[in-house]
Design a protein. Structure first.
Length: 567
């Protein structure tokens, strides 16, 4: 059977933009959509990515920086307006760039009009749009004691029976918030300002599918679907069992309280497959002329379970996000283990994806260290599957220490040391004050890195050996080499356990990727492959013919070799 031609989201490389931090165009210290438009030439022409994913830009009280949406069909004024969004789509498309937007289906803001109605009375038609439940002691009938605030703290809970079950919030404590006025608890998997929608209510589902249609009508090419497994819970709200291994199942850094349970009832109820299928139908209806896609955010590390979210007939998510490399110990065999297990589990015809960092986890350069950051980028851009590059990763941005008085992230306030501000600091564009993110004299919403003067786009563009030059070269090579963008993957046994070596092949053209994860020189011996020419090394300083009986790798070096055609 002839192999089908890959579509844009399979061929291309995605670049994640956290809009608050990318480019401020109006001098308020917060990035915005006009700022993204101003940087499209950089993304499309200079850097050479294929699609951008925008984290939320919707109206929001910003309790969780936009992941608490109060209107799904508009743009928050700090980011612009719908006309600016339309312009962004048009300008991106004119440059051949696709637009993926964040869709947050599990929860709204507690200020969303739907929730305001829902909490107004037990008989409101929207009551059932959210997950309301009685406490363990049954319905609360008495007067709420004065002074009992709905803080979710242990004292207020004690005053009106205990929460409906033992579930835990991802952000710490119980996910059940007592509502004094109506005498029931509502569920919030994240902050109490983020009540969970009830996807079992058909009206909710339709309203949310309509949100997808609203943006598809405006021309978006796809959705990154937030916290997607949480939308279907056990309808009986049964307790989660304890996690017997006590092993960390989630989180980097770990979330010890959340990890104390197996999350079998608060997420991923089997009914979720039906919803994924319905979301897919919406995308497919719009996809006849211009293919659209959905990638679902999930922390699933059992690759068989993960692969199930493509759907038995590949009719659910286009891709479940693969977070395997976000948490793996940075060692050659551990990384290879993730790739091999995923490759073994993925169904025929389904397309993988990889990511090394995002707005919720430490940046790659901080996690793997300066010596390995180039190897990490070469890995990301040569594996079989769609890579997502987090903004600033291309120049080697690191996490920025945030002083207590500068903390913005609510997670840091709830669970100190878990805050995500360090990886959300302003994009480093040039050596001018505020790194070119916002005008001099304006205070950016988070401080720019101390090292922004050497580490920024303008300086690195002038340096042919910079991290940016490496990223550009990798993107260019991937684009011009079908073996790298769409070829098969085959791991090779390296002589040293510190190396990860694999072949990518398409149409008889083969590329060898050899990555040295150690500080020592290593030798890769693959005499059966004959000879080839070095297409790129992470050190950006050598090319030329090599025989694969003896490929020498310097410390922390990665190398791509284009193999001679089989004669
Ligand atoms: C997003 C986080 C957000 C959470 C709640 C996540 O998975 O990536 O940034 O805090 O969902 O919406």
């Amino acid at each position: 059977m002839a192999e089908s031609e890959p579509v844009w989201w399979q061929r291309g490389v995605v670049y994640q933009i956290y809009p608050r931090s990318f480019q401020d165009s109006n001098g308020d210290g917060i990035g915005d959509l006009r700022g993204v438009i101003q940087r499209l030439d950089y993304l499309g022409q200079a850097l050479g990515v294929d699609a951008i994913w925008l984290s939320p830009f919707y109206p929001s009280p910003m309790a969780d920086f936009g992941y608490d949406v109060s209107n799904y069909c508009d743009v928050h004024p700090i980011f612009g307006d719908l006309a600016t969004f339309d312009e962004l789509v048009e300008e991106a498309h004119r440059r051949g760039l696709k637009i993926i937007i964040d869709f947050v289906p599990n929860h709204t803001s507690d200020r969303h009009p739907w929730f305001l109605e829902s909490r107004s009375s037990r008989t409101n038609p929207k009551r059932d749009w959210y997950v309301w439940a009685e406490g363990r002691g049954g319905p609360f009938r008495g007067r709420v004691p004065s002074g009992c605030r709905s803080s979710g703290g242990p004292q207020s809970m004690a005053a009106h029976s205990s929460p409906p079950n033992n579930w835990l919030s991802m952000f710490g404590g119980s996910p059940w918030e007592w509502d004094e006025a109506t005498g029931q608890y509502y569920l919030h998997t994240y902050l109490k300002e983020q009540p969970d929608l009830n996807w079992r209510n058909p009206e909710v589902k339709e309203a949310m599918l309509d949100v997808m249609r609203f943006w598809l009508d405006r021309g978006v090419d796809g959705f990154r679907i937030d916290a997607i497994l949480h939308i279907m819970k056990d309808p009986a709200l049964r307790d989660n069992p304890p996690n017997p291994g006590g092993r960390i199942v989630l989180g980097n850094p770990p979330l010890p309280e959340y990890d104390s349970q197996l999350h079998v009832h608060d997420q991923a109820h089997p009914d979720i497959h039906r919803v994924f299928h319905e979301m897919r139908q919406v995308l497919d209806e719009y996809g006849t002329k211009q293919p659209r896609m959905g990638i679902g955010e999930m922390d699933v590390f059992d690759w068989r379970v993960w692969a199930g979210y493509y759907g038995v007939h590949l009719d659910e998510l286009h891709m479940p996000f693969n977070f395997g490399l976000l948490r793996v110990p940075w060692a050659a065999q551990a990384v290879r283990g993730v790739v091999d297990s995923l490759e073994a589990a993925i169904p025929p015809g389904a397309w993988p994806n990889y990511v090394l960092s995002n707005h919720d986890v430490p940046r790659t350069a901080s996690r793997v260290g300066p010596a390995q950051v180039r190897v990490a980028m070469m890995l990301l851009l040569t594996l079989r599957g769609t890579p997502t590059v987090y903004y600033g990763e291309e120049i080697g941005m690191t996490d920025v220490p945030i002083a207590p008085e500068q903390v913005q992230d609510p997670l840091e306030r709830q669970l100190p040391a878990l805050g995500r501000d360090p990886e959300r600091t302003p994009m480093q564009w040039d050596p001018s004050p505020n790194a070119g993110f916002c005008p001099p004299g304006v205070e950016p919403w988070l401080p720019a890195a101390a090292d922004y003067q050497p580490i920024n786009v303008a300086v690195e563009r002038e340096d042919s050996h910079s991290m940016l030059s490496l990223t550009q070269a990798l993107l260019g090579l991937r684009r011009s080499t079908p073996a790298l963008s769409r070829g098969s993957y085959q791991p090779l046994e390296p002589a040293s356990p510190d190396c990860f070596v694999f072949l990518r092949e398409h149409d008889g053209v083969r590329c060898l990727v050899a990555l040295n994860f150690s500080d020592n020189e290593q030798t890769v011996a693959a005499p059966q492959l004959g000879s080839g020419s070095i297409a790129l090394t992470t050190h950006l300083d050598r090319r030329g013919e090599v025989h694969l009986a003896l490929l020498e790798l310097r410390s922390n070096e990665g190398c791509i070799v284009q193999l001679a055609e089989r004669g």
